[in-house]
Ligand binder design. Structure first.
Ligand SMILES: Nc1ncnc2c1ncn2[C@@H]1O[C@H](COP(=O)(O)OP(=O)(O)OP(=O)(O)O)[C@@H](O)[C@H]1O
Ligand SMILES: [Mg+2]
Length: 244
C-alpha cells in the first residue's frame, strides 16, 4: 500500500482522537485492518487515511507523497477511493441502481448510459441483479450494504475504505457481507478496514493495527497478532471480544 503516517494527530476540542501516530504500511500490504476498543480512534484514523479529514498536525504520505491539507488535492485523492460506512448511507429516494449510478455521473463524469452499464454489472457482481429497481427501504440490511459496496467499487477505486461495514447487521447478513468483502480481498483489491470481527481480521488482514486512546499500541502481520502480542491491553481486549 505504501502509506506512511508521520506523527499524525487529530483533535476534536479536548479529545485527542488520534494522538501522535506514526506508522509505515509497506507496499506488500494489501489489506490493512484497524482494531481496538470503542473510541480508540479507528474511524478517525480511517478518515485521515482516506483524505476525508485534515490532521491537526502531522502528515499522511501515499507512495512517498504527502496528501497535504489543500482541499482540491484532498478531493482529487478522495475521488480515487471508495468508501463504505457502518450505517447504510444509501439515498432513500433513489433505487439501488440509481444509488450506484449517482456518483458515476456526478463525480466521475460517466455518461448516463455508461453509468447504467457499470452500475448494473456492479449490482450483478454482488448478487443484486434482481433488486436493481428496489428502493433501499425494500432491501434487507445486508442487501443495502452490498449495494453500498457496489457503489463504492463502481469506479474501480485504488483503495477501498470500510468503516465497520457489518456492525449494524444481523449475524446472517453479516456473514453474507463479509463473504463479499473476502472475495474482494482475494481479488487483490486494496482495502483499509475497521472491524470488531476478529475472525475476519485474522483471516484477511495482512497488517493489523491496534489502536487505543488515539495511540497505536501494536502493529503486526495478520495471524501473528493473535499469537504473539506482549501487550496486556491487547490480550485483555482479545480475551474479552473472542470469549463468546
Ligand atoms: N467529529 C467528531 N467530533 C468530536 N469528537 C469526535 C469526532 N469523531 C470522533 N470523536 C471522538 O474521538 C474519539 C475517537 O473516536 P473514533 O470514532 O475514531 O473511535 P473508534 O475507534 O472508531 O470507535 P468505535 O469502535 O466506537 O467506532 C472518541 O472519543 C470520539 O468521541
Ligand atoms: Mg468507529
Amino acid at each position: 500500500m505504501s502509506i506512511e503516517l508521520r506523527n499524525i494527530s487529530k483533535h476534536y476540542g479536548e479529545t485527542r482522537a488520534v494522538d501522535e501516530v506514526s506508522l509505515v504500511v509497506p507496499d506488500e500490504v494489501q489489506v490493512l485492518v484497524l482494531i481496538g476498543p470503542s473510541g480508540g480512534g479507528k474511524s478517525t484514523l480511517l478518515r485521515l487515511l482516506g483524505g476525508l479529514e485534515v490532521p491537526t498536525s502531522g502528515e499522511v504520505l501515499y507512495q512517498g507523497r504527502s496528501l497535504g491539507t489543500e482541499e482540491s488535492n484532498l478531493r482529487q485523492f478522495r475521488r480515487k477511493n471508495g468508501f463504505l460506512f457502518q450505517q447504510f448511507n444509501l439515498f432513500p429516494h433513489l433505487s439501488a441502481l440509481e444509488n450506484v449510478m449517482l456518483p458515476l455521473t456526478k463525480v466521475h463524469d460517466f455518461s448516463a448510459a455508461e453509468a447504467k452499464d457499470r452500475a448494473m454489472s456492479g449490482l450483478e457482481r454482488f448478487g443484486l441483479q434482481a433488486h436493481a429497481e428496489k428502493m433501499p427501504a425494500q432491501l434487507s440490511g445486508g442487501q443495502q450494504q452490498r449495494v453500498g459496496l457496489a457503489r463504492a467499487m463502481a469506479h474501480q477505486p485504488g483503495l477501498l475504505l470500510l468503516d465497520e461495514p457489518t456492525s449494524a447487521l444481523d449475524p446472517e447478513m453479516k456473514a453474507e457481507v463479509l463473504e463479499v468483502i473476502d472475495e474482494l480481498c482475494r481479488e487483490g483489491q486494496r482495502i483499509i478496514l475497521t472491524t470488531h470481527e476478529m475472525g475476519f481480521a485474522k483471516k484477511s488482514g495482512d497488517q493489523l493495527v491496534f489502536l487505543s486512546r488515539g495511540k497505536v499500541i501494536d502493529v503486526s502481520e495478520g495471524t501473528a497478532f493473535f499469537e504473539s502480542t506482549d501487550s496486556p491491553e491487547i490480550k485483555g481486549f482479545l480475551e474479552k471480544v473472542m470469549k463468546w
